[in-house]
Unconditional design. Structure first.
Lengths: 261, 363
């Protein structure tokens, strides 16, 4: 399902953190949001999954304004994986994943066989089926993140919204999680810090800087040495990845941008 | 990813997340509640055998004329209303504790965290001090005792209104803001209460004041039971309807929003329900401590964190606990009743420390 952000602005405590952003994730496409810290990625995503209200502009889900939908209705189409980690309240892994069914259930409705099946499938999908009865709070960071992704999958969304899903994961778990995202073939909006990961996983990249969109397009077109210097303030060369052929950014970790050659 | 992932490490220190099934546990707790109620009515300065207890109750319930004598008086007029009030108040405190811990996402929260009970205490203490100054009889259970209850509830509402006004600003009922508003108001009203306590002049006033500050179920009468019982039942239904939302809140506000929960609205609704119920409970029993803190923890250890099971079980567990504690408070010392707040604190503080300790254990 196509999701579009139209002329979106977000104001937090009087500060405009997202300013008139237009971007589109086509059906089945993985759209990456990149940009330095504080560039507005998280705020933009929060408006898409309706934690924040836009101060101007709209989010369109298959052409319909999500603000016109009841929260539970839009949550059947859009699932979010935010950065928060949850408190320790004795929840089991299965209970956390089963929360994905929330938007489908009425006030007093119990989980039925269908919900149990979907929950089990989502857990199997992320390779955590064996951990279903463990306490969520006792999992490692990588395991937690996979369980939270399973929770989002149990929501059976048309659009996945992920905010830095690979944070705090070791390289192998990063690779596994991103591979899983690609397998999904679902419309995905993902904010990523790691530009090389973004370059190889995303179909299109949208670069945010100080709340404004400064570039959009295929990773190859967007990730240039000039843009990296201007937006991220780093010196880097963009080469071809020897294994995958994707753009590979080789950062110069010794020299801040604007100095040297 | 599936095939490349090793089986999760298991170790003997890892408990299964859920140890007991909720259904059988609820049945066991209901049985325990009946036993505790029977014991509560049976034990006291005059012990009445359980068979006699039920005979008196059966006589009353079937509408036959009660047997004349002290047994009917002790069972029906004195001990049964008190035991039932203990059950109702305990159920309410357990319920409120569980819900408040969820909306402020802090397992160390309790029903009094949000300032409601300090308002009730101030209202009650003000009424006692003012009333006895005017030479009125304000012992609990008397007509004017009900006036004090009313003053307590009014105080609770005033505190609730203050916390509401402060907490709704800046983003709307954010957990930290709610807690800080509650603590601030509680400190402020507590200061006023302390000042009033200093103004008490005789033993009767001091006793009346202590009743509210420490909590007591003494002097319970049938007429006082219906309102708190109805309030507990209504609150249970309202909270149970929001159980999935409370679950989602445990994971964080953003996660809950992503699951289609209107977080601000949910938090506001639960704050209103728990505050009003707390006000009613404190108005009939004073501020009985630790029950609302302990019960949610005990229940989470037993059945896990899902509020669909947790809320009704917290109510049941709270009921059993308070009936048992009140019976102990009445009977532990010969010829003298311990304030129930003393017993819950003496039992509750070590429990809290144990729970804190357990939370700090390396995982």
């Amino acid at each position: 399902m196509r999701i579009a952000v139209e002329d979106l602005s977000v104001t937090l405590a009087g500060r405009r953190v997202v300013a008139g952003v237009h971007l589109v994730a086509e059906d089945g496409e993985i759209a990456g949001l990149v940009g330095p810290n504080g560039s507005g990625k998280s705020s933009l995503l929060r408006t898409v999954y309706r934690h924040l209200r836009p101060s101007a502009g709209r989010v369109l889900l298959a052409g319909r304004d999500v603000a016109a939908l009841r929260p539970a209705q839009s949550a059947r189409h859009i699932a979010a994986l935010p950065q928060e980690r949850g408190g320790d309240f004795e929840l089991s892994v299965r209970e956390v994943v089963a929360m994905g069914r929330t938007p489908y259930k009425g006030a007093f409705a119990a989980d039925d066989a269908e919900d149990h099946r979907i929950t089990a499938e989502a857990l199997a999908r992320v390779g955590m089926a064996a951990a279903a009865d463990r306490r969520f709070a006792q999992l490692s960071g990588g395991e937690r993140q996979r369980v939270l992704l399973a929770r989002a999958l149990a929501q059976q969304p048309d659009v996945l919204v992920l905010d830095e899903p690979t944070n705090h994961l070791d390289v192998r778990h990063q690779v596994e999680l991103l591979a899983l995202l690609r397998e999904q073939r679902r419309t995905t909006l993902v904010a990523l810090h790691d530009l090389n990961a973004a370059a190889s996983v995303c179909d299109r990249l949208h670069v945010l800087h100080d709340g404004a969109l400064v570039a959009s397009g295929a990773p190859r077109e967007v990730l240039t040495a000039e843009l990296l210097a201007e937006v991220f303030g780093v010196r880097a060369a963009v080469v071809e990845h020897p294994l995958t052929g994707d753009p590979l950014i080789a950062f110069d970790h010794r020299t801040p941008a604007g100095q040297g050659a | 990813m599936t095939s490349a992932t090793p089986a999760p490490a298991t170790s003997s220190t890892r408990r299964p997340a859920r140890t007991l099934r909720a259904g059988p546990l609820a049945a066991a707790l209901t049985a325990a509640l009946l036993l505790a109620l029977t014991a509560a009515v049976s034990l006291g300065s005059v012990d009445i055998p359980p068979g006699e207890v039920w005979a008196v109750i059966a006589r009353r319930l079937t509408g036959r004329t009660p047997e004349p004598g002290t047994r009917d008086l002790i069972v029906w007029q004195l001990r049964l209303p008190r035991a039932l009030l203990a059950a109702v108040v305990g159920a309410g405190l357990g319920l409120v504790g569980t819900a408040v811990q969820a909306i402020v996402r802090n397992p160390l929260a309790d029903p009094y965290l949000l300032g409601i009970s300090s308002g009730a205490s101030l209202g009650a203490v003000a009424a006692v001090v003012l009333g006895t100054t005017l030479g009125l009889d304000l012992t609990f259970g008397s007509a004017l005792g009900l006036t004090v209850s009313l003053a307590a509830f009014t105080g609770a509402l005033a505190a609730f209104a203050l916390v509401w006004l402060i907490a709704r600003r800046g983003g709307g009922f954010a957990p930290l803001r709610l807690v800080l508003a509650g603590i601030g108001i509680a400190q402020f009203l507590g200061g006023l209460t302390s000042y009033l306590v200093l103004q008490t002049r005789d033993e009767q006033q001091t006793r009346g004041v202590l009743f509210w500050l420490m909590g007591s179920l003494g002097g319970a009468v049938w007429a006082q039971l219906a309102l708190p019982a109805a309030a507990v039942a209504l609150a249970l239904a309202l909270l149970q309807a929001r159980a999935r939302g409370l679950n989602a809140l445990l994971m964080g506000d953003e996660t809950a929003a992503g699951l289609g929960i209107d977080v601000t609205r949910l938090r506001r609704e639960v704050f209103v329900v728990t505050s009003l119920l707390t006000g009613v409970l404190v108005a009939v029993s004073g501020a009985i401590g630790f029950v609302g803190l302990m019960v949610p923890h005990v229940c989470r250890l037993l059945v896990g964190g899902d509020h669909r099971r947790l809320l009704p079980l917290s109510a049941l567990t709270g009921a059993v606990l308070l009936v048992v504690v009140d019976t102990a408070a009445r009977t532990a010392l010969d010829g003298q009743e311990l304030p129930i707040g003393v017993v819950t604190a003496v039992l509750g503080a070590p429990t809290l420390l144990y729970l804190l300790d357990r939370r700090l254990e390396p995982k």
